[in-house]
Design a protein around this ligand. Structure first.
Ligand SMILES: *[C@@H]1O[C@H](CO)[C@@H](O)[C@H](O)[C@H]1NC(C)=O
Ligand SMILES: *[C@@H]1O[C@H](CO)[C@@H](O)[C@H](O)[C@H]1NC(C)=O
Ligand SMILES: *[C@@H]1O[C@H](CO)[C@@H](O)[C@H](O)[C@H]1NC(C)=O
Ligand SMILES: *[C@@H]1O[C@H](CO)[C@@H](O)[C@H](O)[C@H]1NC(C)=O
Ligand SMILES: *[C@@H]1O[C@H](CO)[C@@H](O)[C@H](O)[C@H]1NC(C)=O
Length: 683
């Protein structure tokens, strides 16, 4: 801290000195970095005042800006002539409009020059009245002004573990891009690490990896990644960046960051930490847990940057020696319909809760298992996209099925963030730790490594191509199971919450099928036929609603659904699946990290990494002949679990569909392609 202060002070002094020459002061001593300071507006009329920064090559930031709004024909005006005058152009206002300016009182906003003009191409910026040719206030851009820009610094200086990169880029005051990063992944407590001082040392702070994790970093093989400095830290707070091993206190590779880099300010918003309890652990960039033990009770605060329909979960690992979801005793915390929930769950397998021979298995609420809901909710709030729930439990719960929270030794914990399904049950988690999460709840000495949440623009991963099977010659479909493939796969394609598995039909993940009424098609189903398995028992069904999981639905919901194939009803009216075949499953290779699914550009490449294994035995055959009573769109799914399949279009003839006119361009193009194939087959 002391070092940073000194550094800031020095920068400030240099700044003051420079100020006498050029208005080239990089930043104030206090407050967040806002860009390169150009100076104060010269004020002539109408109470114009304010300060001006350059944000980047094209953009100005105005702070504390005032103008009384009384000019009749007044605009933001800029030009390349020697002094403000009629030769110039309008700079659109903060909303991008070119209206006559109204009143401003102590406002802060950015203005971007029009037509990709650069700050280096103008000599002055003014508040100018065009009708009266009156200059109300102005500022000159110094000669040879250099606006802030992304800066390239040197490469990572290799020391060990094959750490290399191309030239590192500082994109803005919080963002570091490392092109072609290579690291062998063999360190055990190795982190992206930064700090102050002449060279890397164990005194520093962790930078979350490109996915926001704080775990020991993985292997990288010539990958380009982007890191964001945590909390309110900026590039001006650090002297070096390193890939550093805390266990060995060894620098595997590093780069020095020079002072006063002329980079744009970060656009990321920082939300100050709201933490009421004395201890705090940052579990992920988007999740923290805070706690306090008082007598036989422990109070927790979970805060997470989650979507409205997402849950946070935290609890005691299923294993005493490592972080393990199976067997874990967790709280699932979420906010829905103006209410907070902290529900006690027991995880017996990595699948949604299902009834297996009268027993609930999977991720199940304790009260479903005959246990107690052991958490008491104190408070909850959702603010700035951050959910915060405070709740408590006794260390030794009165429910013997709950795990004990010990104070005499550190404990293995688990956590996760994921979407809630349509029943407000936790679905497959998106964020979860790979490394062990060890917390000592008896902190006679309070621990706290939490930082402020930040929010920038998150790129939405592009969805893999939606596949379709539109070929009148294909009358039989092989239905097997495979992984649902992250945000670009099942979730991206359907917009539904996945449970981790999806149907693969004829080698494609959840293709849309086009079937003709009156023709007979057969599905060769291999989705598992062992009803004792909570994860891998998936008879195929076809119904008129998209979600599936027929068996899990209430009688009332079942009665609203039209089952077209795959279910028969017993004499007592219970549904029984008819198409359960041996399991054929595409699995990830050993040691694969499914959190990297989104890195695959196409399904084809993703599919190549999978290992398909099929149990012996003939598939179950589900034969269907859609007739005129079938709706135009039906869905194939699993009998037991929701959200594994997708659409079947039922058409009267492949040809009539075109003359009727398809609206979706994609399906139309596919149709044309298929038609061409179909037509060429005729001849
Ligand atoms: C390190 O790099 C060398 C050559 O570049 C390569 O032969 C070796 O396999 C790498 N080691 C690891 C652990 O990746
Ligand atoms: C949770 O599951 C375990 C078996 O994995 C069981 O021993 C325990 O009693 C269950 N807890 C509750 C509350 O049902
Ligand atoms: C908590 O830690 C302190 C100091 O390490 C120890 O003396 C005390 O026994 C611990 N409390 C419990 C309940 O184990
Ligand atoms: C996916 O992999 C399976 C098995 O290797 C293969 O049969 C299938 O054609 C692949 N699908 C695609 C679209 O490449
Ligand atoms: C049409 O299909 C449904 C569902 O497969 C079947 O129950 C019904 O008997 C069929 N109707 C005719 C007229 O074949």
């Amino acid at each position: 801290m002391a070092k940073i202060r000194l550094k800031q002070l020095l920068a400030f002094l240099i700044c003051l000195e420079n100020l006498l020459f050029l208005a080239e002061c990089a930043r104030d001593e206090e407050g967040p970095y806002q860009g390169k300071y150009i100076g104060k507006l010269n004020s002539y009329h109408h109470q114009v005042s304010g300060e001006i920064y350059a944000v980047n090559e094209f953009t100005l930031l105005l702070t504390n800006f005032n103008y009384d709004g009384d000019g009749l024909d007044t605009f933001f005006w800029a030009g390349a002539a020697n002094r403000p005058g009629p030769q110039g152009f309008i700079v659109p206002d903060e909303h991008g409009n070119t209206n006559v300016l109204e009143r401003y009182f102590n406002r802060e906003f950015t203005l971007t020059l029009p037509d990709n003009k650069k700050l280096t191409e103008i000599k002055w910026f003014a508040i100018f009245d065009l009708n009266s040719q009156n200059n109300f206030g102005d500022i000159y851009i110094p000669d040879e002004f250099e606006p802030p820009m992304a800066q390239r610094i040197s490469t990572l200086l290799k020391r060990s573990h094959n750490v290399t990169s191309s030239s590192i880029e500082i994109l803005d005051s919080k963002t570091i891009r490392i092109p072609d990063l290579t690291y062998d992944g063999l360190g055990r407590e190795t982190y992206f690490w930064a700090g102050v001082g002449p060279q890397p040392s164990s005194k520093g702070f962790k930078i979350p990896d490109e996915m926001g994790y704080l775990d020991s970093i993985r292997k990288y093989d010539k990958e380009t990644i982007t890191l964001e400095l945590p909390g309110d830290k900026t590039i001006f707070d650090i002297d070096w960046f390193s890939i550093y091993d805390l266990e060995l206190k060894e620098n595997f590779g590093s780069v020095l960051i020079s002072d006063g880099l002329n980079v744009p300010p970060s656009l990321v918003k920082v939300f100050p930490l709201k933490q009421s309890l004395p201890n705090c652990r940052q579990l992920h960039k988007k999740l923290l847990v805070s706690w306090e033990v008082f007598g036989p009770q422990i109070t927790f605060q979970l805060s997470g940057q989650v979507g409205e329909n997402e849950y946070m979960s935290f609890g005691i690992s299923g294993s005493e020696t490592s972080t393990q979801m199976i067997g874990a005793d967790v709280v699932v915390a979420y906010i829905h319909g103006g209410r907070g929930f902290t529900t006690d769950y027991n995880i017996t397998s990595l699948a949604p809760c299902v009834q297996v021979l009268g027993q609930s298995k999977g991720v199940c609420r304790d009260d479903l298992l005959g246990g107690l809901d052991s958490f008491q909710l104190n408070t909850f709030a959702r603010e700035d996209g951050i959910n915060t729930l405070v709740f408590r439990r006794t260390l030794i719960s009165s429910d013997p099925g709950d795990k004990v929270i010990y104070l005499d030794h550190p404990m293995q914990m688990v956590w996760a963030i994921g979407p809630l399904d349509s029943n407000k049950e936790p679905a497959y988690h998106d964020l979860y730790p790979k490394a062990n999460v060890i917390i000592n709840f008896n902190s006679t000495e309070p621990v706290n490594d939490c930082v402020s949440f930040t929010m920038g623009e998150e790129p939405v991963p592009e969805v893999w191509d939606k596949s379709q099977i539109f070929d009148r010659a294909i009358r039989s479909f092989n239905a097997v199971l495979g992984p649902a493939g992250g945000k670009r796969g099942y979730q991206g394609i359907t917009g539904h919450v996945s449970n981790g598995l999806a149907w693969y039909i004829n080698g494609l993940m959840i293709p849309e099928l086009w079937l003709r009424r009156g023709l007979t098609y057969s599905f060769k189903v291999r989705g598992g036929n062992n009803p004792h398995s909570p994860e891998y028992y998936h008879p195929l069904v076809i119904t008129d609603e998209p979600q599936g999981g027929y068996d899990r639905l209430s009688d009332a919901k079942q009665s609203e659904i039209r089952v077209l194939a795959g279910v028969e009803f017993t004499r007592r009216g219970r549904p029984k699946p008819t198409a359960a075949g041996p399991l054929c499953l595409g699995r990830y290779p050993p040691n694969y990290d499914r959190r990297l699914d989104d890195n695959f550009p196409t399904f084809k490449k993703f599919n190549k990494t999978l290992r398909f294994h099929c149990d012996e035995g003939d598939p179950a055959i589900l034969e269907i002949t859609p007739n005129s009573s079938w709706p135009d769109i039906v869905y194939y799914n699993s009998f037991t679990h929701a959200n594994m399949g997708w659409k079947i279009h039922i058409v009267d003839s492949y040809v009539r569909r075109a003359s009727a006119g398809t609206t979706g361009t994609i399906s139309f193009l596919v149709f044309i392609a298929a038609l061409t194939v179909a037509v060429s087959r005729l001849f």
